[in-house]
Write a protein that binds this ligand. Structure first.
Ligand SMILES: [Zn+2]
Length: 244
C-alpha cells in the first residue's frame, strides 16, 4: 500500500503543478488582449489627431476663400461709393464695405488660430509616432513570447499528464477510484498527512486505532470526517518535493 500512496502523493503534486500551468495558459491570451487593446486605443487617438488637423485645414481654406469673395465685393462697393451720385447709395455702399471688412478681419483671425492649432496637432501627432512605434514593437515581442511560452507550457502539461496517467495506472483500482473522486472534490488535497493526532486536511482528531493503521500503511485509511486519504508524516515529507 505504501507504494500506492507514494504514487498518489506524486500524482497530487503533479495536479498542483497542472493547476498552476492551466492558470498561466489562461492568463497569457488575456495579457496579450490587454496589450492589443492599448495599442488599438493609441491608434484611435492618432487617427483622431489626424482628422482634427484635417478639419482645421479644411475650415481655414474655406475661410480664406470666403475672404477672397468678400474682397471682390468690397472692391465693387468702393467703386460704387466713389461713382454714385445719390448720397444714401454712397452711404449704403460704404456701410456694407465696412461690414465685409470686419467679417474678413474676423475670418482671417480665425483662420490663423486654426493654422496654429493644426501646427500644435502636428507636434502632438509626431510625438505620438514614437509612442506608437514603441507600443507596436513591444506588442510584436509579446506576441512572439506568448506563442513560445504557450508551446512550452503546453509541452509541460502534456508531459505531466502522461506522468500522472502512469502513476495512477500503477495504483490498485479501488484506491485509484477513491483518489480520482477526492482529487476533484479537494484539488491538490486528496491525500493529506497526519498532523500529530489529527487529519492534516480537516483537523479532525483521529482514534488511536486509525492512527496505528495509518502508520502501518497496510490499507487505505481515510479520515472519518472529510474522507481524505491519510498518510504518515514521514512518507509525506519524504515525497513532498514540489514538482518543478
Ligand atoms: Zn479530515
Amino acid at each position: 500500500m505504501e507504494a500506492n500512496l507514494a504514487h498518489l502523493i506524486r500524482a497530487q503534486q503533479v495536479d498542483k503543478r497542472l493547476a498552476t500551468l492551466a492558470r498561466r495558459l489562461e492568463s497569457l491570451p488575456v495579457e496579450l488582449g490587454e496589450r492589443e487593446s492599448t495599442m488599438a486605443a493609441l491608434e484611435a487617438e492618432a487617427e483622431e489627431l489626424e482628422s482634427e488637423k484635417k478639419a482645421c485645414f479644411v475650415r481655414s481654406t474655406k475661410l480664406e476663400n470666403e475672404c477672397g469673395t468678400r474682397e471682390e465685393r468690397i472692391d465693387k462697393l468702393e467703386k460704387t461709393a466713389v461713382e454714385a451720385r445719390d448720397p444714401s447709395a454712397v452711404q449704403i455702399a460704404q456701410h456694407e464695405a465696412a461690414t465685409h471688412r470686419q467679417e474678413n478681419s474676423d475670418a482671417q483671425e480665425e483662420a490663423l488660430e486654426l493654422l496654429e492649432r493644426a501646427d500644435g496637432l502636428t507636434v502632438k501627432r509626431e510625438a505620438m509616432n514614437s509612442r506608437l512605434d514603441e507600443a507596436k514593437e513591444s506588442l510584436d515581442a509579446m506576441r512572439a513570447s506568448v506563442g513560445a511560452d504557450t508551446a512550452d507550457l503546453q509541452a509541460e502539461v502534456d508531459a505531466l499528464n502522461t506522468e500522472r496517467e502512469g502513476l495512477v495506472a500503477e495504483v490498485n483500482s479501488t484506491v485509484r477510484g477513491v483518489f480520482q473522486i477526492l482529487a476533484e472534490k479537494h484539488p491538490g488535497k486528496a491525500v493529506v498527512p497526519l498532523k500529530g493526532d489529527s487529519c492534516g486536511g480537516c483537523g479532525t482528531n483521529l482514534t488511536a486505532n486509525d492512527r496505528v493503521r495509518v502508520q502501518g500503511a497496510k490499507s487505505m485509511i481515510r479520515c472519518p470526517s472529510c474522507t481524505r486519504i491519510l498518510v504518515t508524516q514521514d512518507l509525506w515529507s519524504k515525497l513532498s518535493e514540489p514538482v518543478q
